[in-house]
Write a protein that binds this ligand. Structure first.
Ligand SMILES: *[C@@H]1O[C@H](CO)[C@@H](O)[C@H](O)[C@H]1NC(C)=O
Ligand SMILES: *[C@@H]1O[C@H](CO)[C@@H](O)[C@H](O)[C@H]1NC(C)=O
Ligand SMILES: *[C@@H]1O[C@H](CO)[C@@H](O)[C@H](O)[C@H]1NC(C)=O
Length: 549
């Protein structure tokens, strides 16, 4: 099967100008060597436009990344039509100007112009994720962890964990709920979710991962006794006498997790603080004004996190939609520049990204070159619950991740690692979709297009990779309207279709998207080398090749 694809690719790519047979047999040889390690996707089609890959206790599709050989490139494709990490490879050509008019786009890579350095990719360990994982048999749980974290899978290196519960819990709960008004948190202990699934899941991930897993925690709400509330709990504020108690709440969590073998790398300053301040959200929230949040970070959370455990814990501000970045970020600096010493990075949620162009990031970070920005939460909220096999949702991830990486994000962390067939559990009925959906009755889990989309980035862009510049050269004959080339996203003027990195593996990695209903041909040019990439209709492609040869 892969050899046929390579042949088709060669036929259409004009790679072979001279000795077809010699080069073809060489490619077939290489190809047969490295595909043997992969188990293919066992596909299943539900109602939607694309497929899921079915995994169980004895089977799950795998992908081994192969270091590309000199003068060759490796290419991986996932598409609406059903390709999943489809591998192929080809030869790097000498750059030929005459071929220009043949291409839908020509991208010139500029590897000596660097931007942000990547920290990692990952997803969240919520109660929904943990309970669904636990509902699988032991063997299926192992496959689940490997497919996310190991060298057979997406190689995630970051996890966001909820500090106590969120809406994706069977019911709301907190640490130290009793006794009330307990300023010293004398009854702060790990609870059943921590012991039975959250810590075991994170430890299994750490053991399977190919890099250090950076774990960061977010609080949705502290126990009710720390807050002023309106009657239905939706709008609330921290009582001033508990500012340090709330900081200690984070610290005790970090200490207990570290004792259980899960060091906490970072904490966010409260999940979506705007939800509990101005918007009525029907689940656990804690609202903050900019001024009070600034005071809390400078006087309580910041100093506490520096000394709570041996290594200072990173403080990630905002943890909210990026339209709030001027409020939570430049706002702090204007109030009190000293406060910025206690902020390491800024966590952004991607739900409103289509309304807020990504240049808001660069505009707000320009005065703070030592602060990094990362995505701490995203999911497709276009409908309630799951939609098995939706390519459209996968494409929402392509658009969002490309946008975020182009706009200097150093990490991208998805929401729930798993949900059930209803899109939960979620006590507030705020059901959602996920990269993996678990069917506990059949002891199966379904890997959605969103999983593969993330893998196209996470597996090939390891920690330490640097984003490099890409110049789009207008094709001579192709009619490219730079402002609105993507018919599927008429409302967005800033839909990106590529991003490129230089990796610590001494390779160049380019991720390309085709949002169109037709196949596309792209030329990648780097110095005197050229790669011709054929993209299936509605697809995402990762190309990797050696930087030096
Ligand atoms: C798991 O899936 C594989 C591949 O579809 C199948 O051959 C096998 O029978 C399944 N195992 C169980 C326990 O259902
Ligand atoms: C401590 O917390 C537990 C629940 O985790 C509760 O059952 C117990 O009553 C609490 N102790 C006090 C003194 O409130
Ligand atoms: C989940 O598994 C059960 C039992 O095998 C099966 O009847 C059901 O159709 C499955 N659900 C989905 C969405 O595949």
């Amino acid at each position: 099967m892969p050899s046929l694809i390579v042949m088709a690719m060669i036929a259409s790519n004009k790679i072979l100008s001279t000795s077809l047979f010699v080069r073809l047999s060489f490619i077939l040889l290489l190809n047969s060597v490295y595909t043997s390690a992969d188990f293919p996707c066992i596909s299943r089609r539900y109602a939607e436009e694309s497929i899921v890959c079915v995994c169980n206790s004895t089977y799950c599709d795998t992908l081994e990344r192969i270091q590309p050989q000199c003068n060759t490139y490796n290419m991986y494709t996932s598409s609406e039509a059903g390709s999943r990490f489809l591998k192929s490879e080809g030869f790097i050509e000498n750059y030929v100007t005459a071929d220009y008019e043949e291409f839908d786009r020509i991208l010139e890579l500029v590897p000596n112009k660097h931007f942000q350095t990547i920290l990692g990719f990952g997803a969240a360990c919520t109660d929904a994720a943990g309970l669904n994982w636990l509902a699988l048999s032991e063997k299926a749980r192992e496959k689940f962890i490997n497919t996310y974290f190991s060298s057979e899978g997406n190689e995630y290196s970051m996890i966001r964990v909820t500090i106590a519960g969120s809406d994706f819990s069977p019911s709301p709960y907190y640490y130290n709920e009793y006794p009330e008004n307990d300023k010293d948190l004398t009854n702060f202990t790990l609870n059943c979710p921590d012991v039975s699934y959250k810590i075991p899941m994170i430890r299994a991930a750490m053991a399977a991962a190919t890099d250090e897993v950076l774990v960061f925690g977010s609080v949705w709400s502290p126990p009710q006794w720390m807050k002023w509330m309106n009657n239905d709990y939706a709008i609330s504020r921290l009582k001033s006498e508990y500012f340090q108690t709330y900081a200690d709440y984070y610290c005790k969590f970090a200490q207990l997790y570290e004792k259980q073998g899960v060091p906490i790398w970072g904490v966010t300053t409260t999940n979506e603080p705007l939800d509990g301040a101005v918007i009525k959200i029907p689940f656990q929230t804690l609202g903050w004004s900019v001024q009070k949040m600034g005071q809390f970070i400078k006087e309580n959370l910041g100093p506490t996190m520096k000394t709570c455990v041996d290594k200072p814990i990173k403080v990630l501000a905002a943890d909210d939609q990026r339209l709030t970045i001027p409020l939570w970020f430049t706002g702090f600096g204007d109030i009190d520049p000293e406060l910025m010493n206690y902020i390491d990075g800024v966590g952004m949620h991607g739900y409103l990204d289509s309304y807020v162009p990504g240049d808001i990031i660069a505009a707000n970070l320009k005065n703070y070159p030592d602060k990094f920005v990362l995505s701490t939460e995203f999911s497709d909220t276009s409908e309630s619950g799951i939609n098995l096999g939706s390519w459209r949702k996968g494409e929402t991830y392509i658009v969002t991740i490309l946008d975020n990486l182009v706009n200097h994000y150093v990490a991208w962390v998805d929401w729930n690692m798993a949900v059930d067939l209803q899109g939960g559990p979620n006590w507030a009925q705020n059901f959602g979709d996920s990269e993996i959906v678990v069917n506990s009755t059949s002891d199966e889990f379904y890997k959605q297009p969103m999983y593969y989309v993330l893998g196209h980035f996470s597996k090939f862009i390891p920690r330490g990779s640097k984003r490099i510049d890409v110049i789009r050269r207008t094709a001579v004959k192709v009619d490219v309207d730079e402002n609105n080339i993507y018919s599927s996203y008429p409302d967005r003027k800033d839909v990106y279709d590529h991003v490129a990195f230089l990796t610590p593996r001494e390779t160049v990695v380019v991720v390309l998207a085709n949002y169109e209903e037709d196949p596309q041909q792209t030329a990648l040019i780097i110095g005197s080398r050229q790669i011709t990439v054929d993209l299936e209709a509605k697809s995402i492609v990762t190309v990797e090749f050696p930087y030096y040869c």
